[in-house]
Design a protein around this ligand. Structure first.
Ligand code: PLP
Length: 444
């Protein structure tokens, strides 16, 4: 008799999981999900898990949100998909208009794609092509930050600095200029986060002095370098970047794929620095985690640099699912929720409550750099052997599961990025269980 495998075992056999050593997965099988409801995910056995990382930072309003579901169902009855070359439709147009409005019109043109890495590729290509159109084809190099993450396609990986994702593919990548991170944790005794920001910005100035004429753009994750370990910096750094980019005519690309849509406490992270970039990449929370969708917003001067009677001077990036109407409707329904529920304001109390509930961690001698920026909260755990960070992350993930939490530390950095639907008792519960998971992991 053939043995019937459960869903997790079938998955291990047939599905090649992302960001996973499949050999280890047999011992720690994936959670076999049956359904989601608000912040909760339920497995096939009926166990629940609070999705405290918004399913890799995408799911802004929890799972199966009634109004987003209704918008997609409505759109399904009208137009599920059509090409966006030579055709257009209301969801794509309305979404482009509303995203632009969120930048006060500063970034008035919107190019759609389906995932974050593609948005980054598009911004890099657009920048270099713009310079070529202006008669400066030698401006085709890029600058990126130490610890930065911009996706894992070959172009995006070239400006990503996370060794685990990059090292094996090094020979495939373009060389680019790496500048130090403004991570506030690097503050020396008595040094402020602003001083760290200025120190990091000075190295950008030096790079631009030396190589500025060959650099098309600098790419940055504003305020929080997420995948690199939730490294936070002062908004002053972004103001300095804007100033230096203007001075040396280098494009500034803000990758708000993770930090956009209220994550850092403002709708876009750049708002906290009072600047706008030349390009802004959006994805993840854009469709509230429902469907793959990304966008690159750019300034008028960028757009105008492609207008010409020659097709080859137009921007060239063809993509089958660009502007998919279902995904755009999900995004529009999500933007409606921001307006109707006053989400940015409500989240201020949510993050304050979470900070308060996690305060006992300050007394834990193993906890370092408990930090928060809007709806991102993180802390580092001091390990006896820093070489065991990956084992710590796996052990913490398992301990969190036992506490009904879905959490995935990045090395020894534990972080929470919950959906914007938690009420006060749920926030307190999340904090208690996070602390309990830490206790379980450290056995104290
Ligand atoms: C996740 C992420 C990306 C890549 O997005 P994908 O949709 O996973 O390709 C790019 N930049 C940042 C800052 C991200 O967090």
């Amino acid at each position: 008799m053939p043995v019937e495998l459960n869903l997790a075992a079938r998955s291990v056999a047939a599905v090649w999981h992302p960001c996973t050593q499949m050999q280890l997965l047999a011992d720690a099988p994936p959670i076999a999900l049956a359904r989601g409801d608000g912040p909760w995910l339920y497995d096939t056995e009926g166990r629940r898990y609070l999705d405290a990382i918004s399913s890799w930072w995408v799911n802004l309003f929890g799972h199966a949100h009634p109004s987003i579901n209704a918008a997609i169902i409505d759109q399904l009855g009208r137009l599920e998909h059509a090409l966006l070359a030579g055709c257009t439709h209301e969801p794509a147009v309305a979404l482009a208009e509303r995203l632009s409005a969120h930048t006060g019109g500063a970034l008035g043109h919107c190019f759609f794609a389906s995932d974050g890495a593609s948005a980054v590729e598009i911004a890099l290509k657009m920048s270099a092509h713009w310079w070529r159109n202006q008669g400066f084809p030698e401006r085709c190099e890029f600058a990126y930050l130490e610890g930065g993450y911009h996706g894992e396609t070959v172009g995006a990986l070239s400006v990503t600095d996370v060794g685990l994702f990059r090292d094996a593919y090094g020979p495939l990548l373009r060389t680019a200029h790496r500048v130090p991170s403004p991570d506030a944790r690097q503050a020396r005794e008595g040094e402020s986060a602003q001083a760290v920001a200025l120190r990091a910005a000075a190295t950008v100035a030096a790079l631009f002095e030396a190589h500025g004429r060959r650099i098309a753009a600098l790419i940055v994750e504003p305020l929080v370098q997420c995948a690199g370990g939730m490294a936070m910096h002062d908004p002053l750094y972004l103001r300095e970047l804007r100033r230096l980019c203007d001075e040396h005519a280098v494009h500034l690309i803000a990758d708000e794929i993770a930090v956009g849509f209220g994550r850092t406490g403002s709708f876009f992270a750049c708002e906290q620095a009072g600047i706008w970039p030349d390009f802004m990449c959006l994805s993840k929370g854009l469709s509230a985690g429902y469907l793959p969708l990304s966008a690159v917003l750019c300034r008028e001067a960028i757009y105008a640099g492609f207008l010409d009677s020659h097709v080859e001077r137009g921007f060239l990036h063809s993509h089958s699912f660009t502007g998919n109407p279902l995904a755009c409707r999900a995004a529009l329904a999500s933007l409606d929720l921001f307006d109707d529920l006053d989400v940015i304001e409500q989240n201020k109390s949510r993050s304050a409550r979470l900070a308060h509930a996690l305060a006992p961690l300050h007394d834990n001698p193993r906890v370092r750099h408990l930090r928060q920026r809007g709806m991102i909260t993180a802390f580092d755990v001091l390990l006896d052997d820093p070489g065991t960070a990956r084992q710590f992350a796996a052990a913490f993930h398992a301990a969190a599961r036992a506490e009904e939490l879905l959490l995935r530390p990045i090395g020894n950095t534990v972080y929470l990025m919950p959906p914007y639907v938690l009420d006060e008792p749920q926030i307190d519960w999340l904090a208690e269980r996070t602390i309990a998971a830490l206790r379980r992991t450290l056995n104290d």
